[in-house]
Design a protein around this ligand. Sequence first.
Ligand code: GTR
Length: 412
Amino acid sequence: MRSHIIAIIAALSPLVMIAEDKKFEPNYDESLIPDYALPNPLEGVTQAKQWSAKRIEWLDLLGREMFGVIPKSFTDVNVSSLISSPDKTILNGRGKLRQLTIHLAGQDIKVSLFLPANASAAAPAPAFLGYNFSGNHSVFNDPDIELTNSWMRKKKDNRASAEDRGASSSRWPVERILTNGFALATVYYGDVDPDQDDGFKNGVHAQLGKPAPHEAASIATWAWALSRILDVIESEIVEIDATKVAVFGHSRLGKTSLWAGASDSRFALVISNNSGCGGAALSRRKIGETVSRITHSFPHWFCDNFDHYANNEDAMPFDNHTLLAMIAPRPLYVASAEEDRWADPKGEFLSCLHASPVYKLLGTEGLPATEIPQVNQPIHGQIGYHIRTGRHDVTDYDWEQYIKFAKQHLNP
Ligand code: GTR
């Protein structure tokens, strides 16, 4: 009898989930935003010299309550790398392609490095480091870019396919990046941890184990691996200036770049492209995607403690402006898209605004605006922000701003 009941519950649970999903109606009406008060990122801090201790408090808090902390077992893993294919000249001599494989916690993580032709140990280039969604072969159309063996979403048999070479190149203007004097390092995020709610049985979690409620879920492990890739860049890639690496990410990978930049102050500059809920946007506004919705749809992204704040945002002892504040005083760029209401562009802007007092206390100009700018009118201070026309995506316009901003702050 008991087994029958269990079988019936098991059969019904997908239907219950679909019903719950259907029930969710996002709010897009500013007038329906509940009153809210944001925690003060500078609570108890009056002088710049007190900030580094406060930053650690925020880091611990967002670690335990949102992304999950990196357990001790992670720090004991071996990181080794090898060059898996020799340098290849690309773009009619304007650049070089080098491929590395990093062995990390049982995973083979393939890194494609695009280097400006004239980068050398004597004149190392600043770089952008960012995950891609569909494999390194999707970033740039070159027959020698290795296909990943890792699980891939939305693909036949969940496998990478050579047909997708260059399929995401509109999001990765390699030539423009290189000819502006920057290197690009890109990695398929699924090489680190497959983006599926698999009970943490795959990717680095297979070796490191199922996280406790306060321990690193997928976004935190993706961010942690970005730091390990930076370790390899620091020690092995002489053509890149490891003190000038900008970490970049779009959408869920923008949430990841923010957490990587907040946790590891070696990242010299941080870019969030349309990162939205759980990224740059303020959770308390409850516009578009909400904490309840994101923890329901993507239970593996955040640690289980974050579930406590679903429909309970006022109980959060933080909001996402504190995530941005932890990057201060390093340059930070947040970009939104007009049609990407799901990610709450205004909430992304307000987060920058409310992180700005920390930047100012540390002696920088912070965000030089108090009102959200018009579309396609970027603001470039120590915090940069733009809202462009168009939808949720990474476009040439976005990269034009990132390159300009990175040149201003990293002077290639
Ligand atoms: C959506 C998710 C967003 C955003 C996006 C993406 O489904 O609701 O939080 O991260 O995916 O990563 O493309």
